[in-house]
Structure formats: structure tokens, C-alpha cells
Design a binder for this molecule. Structure first.
Ligand code: ZN
Length: 510
């Protein structure tokens, strides 16, 4: 296996570049003064160019061919052959992508994000529209380069979620709407829970300490991680041995920092749980996206943040264990609130205009709206000029709300200006997968419920590591699901979870 090990050395160099880019990105979002913005952009572009050069080099092509011969008798789904497959696919994609398209996309991304920020501040969609139109044009070109059989959106969604298609998403959304829309109706007619205490003043230092205590209890290893603050919370890794998370704090918004920390901890557990032998290989790198990441797909990654945040962190048994500790930490703020009341408050359902503030029921409706609109932009059935009106019509249809302005409507997310067409579905796919994984863990791990109730997360984390985390990007998401749960993507466990949880919380008649 001479060529294979030489190839691994070569790939390790590419991985080092991608991980260094992650460090620069982490720094830009947590430490860097705003003045560093422009030169940081140059630094990242230089490194990304270096990595791409290495991926299209003839040296790699030759090594790949030799290594493929060497490994031909090994199992198709083993680490070696999957590693080579990831390298070959990325190398071929970069070879057939016109340099002009890569350059135009990078340039437009920077310009469009800047313009979007201003347009949102001025609440002026018309100002952003010409750039969005150019972005849709480039995304269509990109879809042609990547290739698809049915719908151009399939190519774009596949960047984030391999094998997902427009048709599969439509089927999934149909099932979710059939459950969520009537459930939302019933919740709206019910008595809302008490929640005013969530707006009390919670000292920031204690918010941080409590969040970190839970993160560590989940298994987040601070020898290989750290928690910082940033404007938008995120998780980022520079191999499994350095996996960082951020959150944000507001004195009167305990739930934002708390659940934000639990969410990012879920992402971090995935990265820290990748098998050491996959470090610096193609199986811990999203090569087409030029990003060092260990998870199988965006949706799979999101399934872990949502599993730890929602299925664990917003459950009754979680608070049965942690609420006394929370009251000890915030004695004056919570002295008149019991665990049951707190649990209902952090699970309240309240339709809002803003996606990032949405609850578990309405969140998916925000996603469906965006996916339906972006797919229509890509196939040409919706024009950019008609987008604000189409947005508002769907908001009315799904959430019975009308945005008072475009800043709180069509201009609220950065994704389209950044060229991330096709990434929105992964949030909902993450919700669906999370319930599938959790149901499988429940069925396979003896006394899982009792250990969770006792605040012992090792059995759950052990199952997730064994079936998901350690594999990195070795399996495609559907394959990983099938191996871990016995099914492909299946909405049923998620629909049952929503029904049981919210009919209980709101005491709805069955
Ligand atoms: Zn996330």
C-alpha cells in the first residue's frame, strides 16, 4: 500500500490547509478587530487557492490511480476506498468547474453579503435585488456543472446533503405540514404557558458557568475544546483534538445562551467523537466545500445539535435532574417557578416572523417556505422581483403572520447573499434524523431513560459515537441512517415525538 500511504500524506497537507482556514475563520468571528476584515479575506482566498491547486494537481491524479489499484480488493465501504472516493469526486468536480465560475462566485459572495447587510438595515429589498438576480444566475450555472437528473435544485441541495432531491423534500414537507399545521391550530387555541420569568435579569457569568457545566456533563471535553462568545453562535473544529464552540449572552434572555450552548455542544460532540485514524484524511474534510468538518452531511451534523438541544435538553427528565441546580444558580430569579412551569416555558410555541427565534413546531414551516421559494428561483418559476410578495403570501399561509417590512421578512437571512442555495433543507432533515437516531438509541441501549434522568449521558453518547460520530464522513447520510436505525430518512419518529410532546405540554385532547 505504498501509493495509498503516500496519498494519505498528500491529503494530510490539504487537510492542514483547510484546518488552518478554520482557525482564521474562528479568529475572524471571535477576536479579530473589524479592520482586519479585508486582509483576512485575502489570506483565506490564498489558502483556499492552494488547497484547490493540490486537488487538481497531476501528482494527485497519478497517486489516486495507483492507490485505487492497490486497494481494489478491499471492501467498498471500508475507510481506504471511501477515502479515495471522496478525493476522486472532489478532484473531478474542481477539474470540470470553470475557473471563471469559481472566481465570479467568490467575488459576488463578498459583494452580495455586504449589500444584503445594508439593504436589511435600510429595509430596502430593491437595493439587494440586482445582486440576488446575479447570484441566482451563478447558482444555476453551478447546478449545471455539478449535474442532476430531475431538478436543478437537486444539484445544489446535494452539496450539503448528498442524495437529497427536490422530489424527496416535497414528500417530506407534505408529511410535516399535515402534522404541524393542525397541531399549531390546536396549540393556538390552548392556554399559553407562563413565561414572564424568562425575561428576568440573569447574570452573564452564571449563565456561562451553567451552560458549560451541562456541556461537560454531556461529554464535551475541554482538554480538546473551549467556549467563547460571538455575534452568532457556532461550532468549528481544527481536527478532533481542538473543537471550539461559541454562544452569546443577554441578561434578560437566559434561554438564548443556554440552548445555544447545548446546540453547539451537540455539534462539538460529533467532531470530538470522530475516530482518531480519520484525522487529516478526506473523511474529515468537506473537500468540495473547502471546509474541514468531520460529519457525514449538514443534516447529519444538525441532527446531533438538535438531538442534544431539543430531545435531551428540552425534555422533562432533563429538567427533573438539572432544575434544582439551575435554581441554586439563579435563586432570586427562579424562586417562584417550579420545574414543571420552567419546562413548559422553554417549550412554548409562539409563531414569529423570525426563523432563528422559532420554536420546535414552527421552525420547520420557516424552512419549508424558504426551500419552496429558492427551488422556484432556481428553476425559473419565480422571479426575484416577485420574491417579497411570494414570501409574505407563504408567511400568511403557514404562520398567519404578515411581515411589517422586508427586513423582518425576505431579507432576514444571510444564506442567499452568501450563495448557500440548497442549505436550508438540512435544518429540517436534522430534526427528522435526530428523532430517528434517538428512537434507535432508546430501543438499543438498556435503561437509557433512567440514565438520562440521573444525568448520566455516557450511555447515549456511547451509542451515538459507535453508530455516528466515529465514522466521520465515511458513509453517505442515508447509508449511515440505514446502518444505525434500519431505515432511510423517515419522518414517522419525528411526527410521533411532536404529537406526544405538544399534546402533553398543552393538554390537548387526543
Ligand atoms: Zn446547528
Amino acid at each position: 500500500m505504498k501509493a495509498y500511504s503516500e496519498l494519505n500524506q498528500y491529503m494530510a497537507g490539504i487537510s492542514d490547509i483547510l484546518n488552518t482556514m478554520n482557525i482564521l475563520n474562528w479568529d475572524a468571528r471571535t477576536q479579530m478587530p473589524t479592520g482586519g476584515n479585508v486582509t483576512r479575506g485575502f489570506q483565506l482566498a490564498t489558502l483556499s487557492g492552494l488547497a484547490q491547486e493540490k486537488l487538481v494537481a497531476d501528482q494527485l491524479k497519478t497517486l489516486l490511480e495507483k492507490a485505487e489499484v492497490e486497494t481494489a480488493s478491499l471492501p467498498e465501504d471500508g475507510i481506504e476506498r471511501r477515502n479515495l472516493k471522496a478525493l476522486r469526486e472532489a478532484s473531478e468536480l474542481f477539474r470540470r468547474t470553470p475557473e471563471r465560475l469559481t472566481r465570479d462566485l467568490a467575488g459576488l459572495r463578498a459583494e452580495a453579503q455586504h449589500c444584503w447587510g445594508q439593504a436589511r438595515a435600510k429595509n430596502d429589498f430593491a437595493m439587494f435585488a440586482p445582486l440576488l438576480e446575479r447570484m441566482v444566475g451563478l447558482q444555476r450555472e453551478l447546478a449545471e456543472v455539478i449535474g442532476y437528473t430531475e431538478h436543478p435544485y437537486d444539484a445544489l441541495v446535494g452539496i450539503y446533503e448528498p442524495d437529497m432531491t427536490h422530489t424527496k423534500l416535497q414528500n417530506l414537507f407534505r408529511q410535516l405540514k399535515a402534522k404541524c399545521l393542525p397541531l399549531l391550530e390546536r396549540i393556538r387555541a390552548a392556554e399559553p404557558p407562563r413565561e414572564e420569568f424568562l425575561g428576568r435579569e440573569f447574570p452573564l457569568g452564571q449563565q456561562r458557568a451553567f451552560g458549560l457545566e451541562v456541556a461537560q456533563a454531556f461529554g464535551y471535553d475541554l482538554e480538546r475544546g473551549r467556549l467563547d462568545t460571538s455575534l452568532h453562535p457556532f461550532e468549528i473544529s481544527f481536527t478532533r483534538d481542538d473543537v471550539r464552540i461559541t454562544t452569546r449572552y443577554q441578561p434578560n434572555f437566559l434561554t438564548m445562551s443556554l440552548f445555544g450552548t447545548l446546540h453547539e455542544t451537540g455539534h462539538a460532540l460529533y467532531e470530538q467523537g470522530v475516530a482518531p485514524e480519520l484525522s487529516r484524511t478526506a473523511l474529515t474534510s468537506d473537500l468540495p466545500g473547502m471546509y474541514a468538518v468531520g460529519g457525514a452531511s449538514f443534516g447529519t451534523h444538525e441532527s446531533q445539535s438538535r438531538l442534544w438541544e431539543n430531545l435531551v435538553g428540552r425534555s422533562k427528565i432533563f429538567w427533573r435532574h438539572w432544575y434544582p441546580r439551575l435554581v441554586e444558580t439563579f435563586k432570586t430569579q427562579l424562586e417562584d417557578v417550579d420545574a414543571e412551569t420552567f419546562h413548559r416555558a422553554v417549550n412554548r410555541v409562539s409563531p414569529s416572523l423570525i426563523r432563528v427565534e422559532a420554536d420546535e413546531i414552527t421552525y420547520n414551516l420557516h424552512i419549508m417556505l424558504r426551500v419552496e421559494l429558492e427551488a422556484a428561483l432556481i428553476d425559473g418559476s419565480l422571479s426575484v422581483s416577485d420574491l417579497p410578495a411570494a414570501w409574505n403570501a407563504k408567511m400568511q399561509q403557514y404562520l398567519s403572520l404578515t411581515p411589517p417590512d422586508d427586513a423582518r421578512g425576505v431579507l432576514q437571512d444571510i444564506h442567499w447573499s452568501a450563495g448557500y442555495f440548497g442549505s436550508f433543507p438540512t435544518y429540517t432533515i436534522g430534526n427528522v434524523m435526530a428523532s430517528q437516531f434517538f428512537a434507535a438509541a432508546r430501543a438499543q441501549v438498556p435503561n437509557l431513560e433512567a440514565s438520562l434522568e440521573a444525568g448520566d449521558y455516557a450511555p447515549l453518547r456511547g451509542w451515538l459515537t459507535e453508530h455516528i460520530y466515529r465514522h466521520g464522513r465515511r458513509f453517505r447520510p442515508q447509508e449511515l441512517l440505514q446502518r444505525a436505525t434500519g431505515h432511510g430518512l423517515d419522518a414517522q419518529p419525528y411526527l410521533e415525538y411532536l404529537e406526544t410532546k405538544f399534546t402533553g405540554l398543552y393538554q390537548l385532547e387526543g
